[in-house]
Ligand binder design. Structure first.
Ligand code: XMP
Length: 513
């Protein structure tokens, strides 16, 4: 295991990913919980991440001093390098006249175990810099092994103690060899074998679930999404029919989705599944509701009530299974303080545990989204499930600005299905983070055949993103968009005009409500 200490960088999670890509398990701990994490994990190597603070500031975060006496290799990245140097007796100055941001080149000056088989003396390599401060005096035992224009100590090392510091960010894609450099650290320097695979994860988790659950009963809410599906299949493999799945069908799913969920789980996997058809309940409650937050709150609350009622009917369950992922678990290090504003109240099964007073089974807690997908494939889940675009808990309700009715849901479902069909045919589905249609509460005049139409407008949205936090529009070519527009207007009664949403996030959000 590699322990990654978080000092608040936006990209700490990327370090964990690079380590895992090298086939080595890693966990992130905030700097103020790093001590405990060290005792628990007994890591074979430590990576000190970047952060927004300046080591020159009073009270800025530090790595636990005992890490430097533990005999374990350490890689300090950016802030991590600076605090390591300062904690070991070197010095750092706020280097305002030599800040470096963005692409830079480093020149390799010496050999190092960190560079073995990768970088050689005299070579120049592109890296991504982002620092205002820089190390200006090295601690005893350290020497510079690579330099850049703004950082004479771009890479430094104490080969004897196996301490390495890099001023740049190897974890981001703009450092082309960064992944290999991190792999070199964890495998070559720390001596880890790189055999952390999904097959191994699956076997370990199954054993853990059996141990945790014993002869108890587990219920799991399925949403149609990847995370809950993978969690359910994994748990079923571990404990068989001690698991019951509950699928609360709010009638706000995409075309054919509800049938797919039932088909896959009940028929294909033979997992006991309760399909609660609550469409009427949800649509009745949404009557006259037009405010986005009111829609979200109603759906979230009703979902929990329905789920709870079903769980009580089943009775005797001791555990609630959830598809919680690693990004939801990591305690983020905040330097800004103060609560952030609520943009949207998210609905997923997140509110359930407190209410239902059940113990949690969360077998995906250590995984990132794409690792969950890899595990899904390992478990034999079909690609159509595993590769599916994210879908929000409140479903189509937040893609129908204005009042949600059964009729409008049906219209939207058809338009959305045409759009996704064309995206799949064009081979673009996997290149897009999320694509969907929105049905607008606007009617416009059109002409079809010889007649006048006065129907709804549909907006198409497609974005690329890595985490949903920021997003860019997907640049379809004009021929593709006009093909989709023609098909939607021809095939979907109730829509006579199609527009394309050209807004990135920020300033737009991905969903319209
Ligand atoms: P926004 O619209 O905030 O969406 O840019 C970011 C990502 O989150 C998804 N989303 C949700 N997911 N429950 C969910 O589980 C929700 O209530 C919810 N609202 C938005 C959205 O689809 C996008 O992937």
């Amino acid at each position: 295991t590699i322990l990654i200490v978080d000092f608040g960088s936006q990209v700490t999670q990327l370090i964990a990913r690079r380590v895992r890509e090298a086939g080595v398990y890693s966990e992130i701990a905030p700097f103020n919980a790093a001590d405990a994490a060290f005792d628990r994990l007994q890591p074979k190597g430590i990576i000190l991440g970047g952060g927004p603070a300046s080591v020159a500031d009073i009270g800025s975060p530090r790595a636990p001093q005992r890490f430097f006496e533990a005999g374990v290799p350490i890689l300090g990245i950016c802030y991590g390098q600076q605090t390591m140097c300062q904690q070991l007796g070197g010095s750092v100055t706020p280097g305002h006249d030599s800040r470096e941001f963005g692409r830079a080149f480093i020149e390799i000056r010496d050999r190092s175990a960190l560079f073995d088989g990768l970088w050689k003396e005299g070579e120049s390599h592109q890296v991504w810099m982002s620092h205002g401060d820089k190390v200006d005096a090295l601690p005893a035992g350290f020497s510079p092994i690579a330099v850049s224009e703004g950082a004479p100590f771009a890479v430094t090392s104490d080969e004897k103690r196996r301490f390495y510091g890099v001023q740049f960010h190897p974890e981001v894609v703009h450092t082309p060899d960064g992944g290999k450099l991190i792999a070199n650290f964890v495998r070559h320097v720390c001596g880890l074998s790189g055999d952390w695979t999904m097959a191994e994860f699956r076997a370990t988790k199954i054993a853990e679930i059996r141990k945790q659950v014993g002869s108890g009963r587990v219920i799991c809410g399925l949403s149609g999404g990847v995370d809950s599906a993978v969690a359910a299949v994994l748990i079923h493999e571990a404990i068989g029919d001690q698991l019951t799945c509950v699928f609360v069908d709010h009638g706000l799913m995409r075309m054919g989705e509800a049938d797919q969920v039932v088909g896959l789980f009940r028929e294909h996997y033979g997992i006991p599944l309760v399909h609660v058809n609550a469409e009427t309940l949800f649509l009745n409650g949404l009557k006259g509701v037009t405010d986005p937050e009111a829609k979200r709150k109603f759906i979230g609350k009703t979902f929990i009530e329905v789920f709870e009622a079903e769980a009580n009917k089943i009775g005797g369950a001791d555990f609630l299974a959830q598809g919680t992922l690693y990004p939801d678990v990591i305690e983020s290090v905040s330097f800004t303080g103060g609560p952030s504003v609520t943009i949207k109240s998210h609905h997923n099964v997140g509110g359930l545990p407190e209410r239902m007073n059940m113990k949690l089974v969360e077998p995906l807690r250590e995984l990132f989204k794409d690792e969950v997908r890899a595990l899904g494939r390992e478990l034999g889940l079909p690609d159509i499930f595993v590769g599916r675009h994210p879908f929000p808990g409140p479903g189509l309700a937040i893609r129908i600005p204005g009042e949600v009715t059964k009729e409008r849901c049906d219209i939207l479902r058809k338009a959305d299905a045409v759009y996704l069909d064309e995206i799949r045919r064009a081979g673009l589905y996997d290149a897009i983070w999320q694509a969907f249609a929105v049905l607008l509460p606007v009617r416009t005049v059109g002409v079809m055949g010889d007649g006048r139409t006065y129907d709804s407008v549909c907006a198409l949205r497609a974005v690329t993103s890595t985490d949903g936090m920021t997003a860019d529009i997907y640049p379809f070519d004009a021929a593709f968009l006009s093909r989709v527009a023609t098909r939607i207007v021809n095939e979907v009664q109730g829509i006579n005009r199609v527009t394309y949403d050209y807004t990135s996030k920020p300033p737009g959000t991905i969903e319209w409500e």
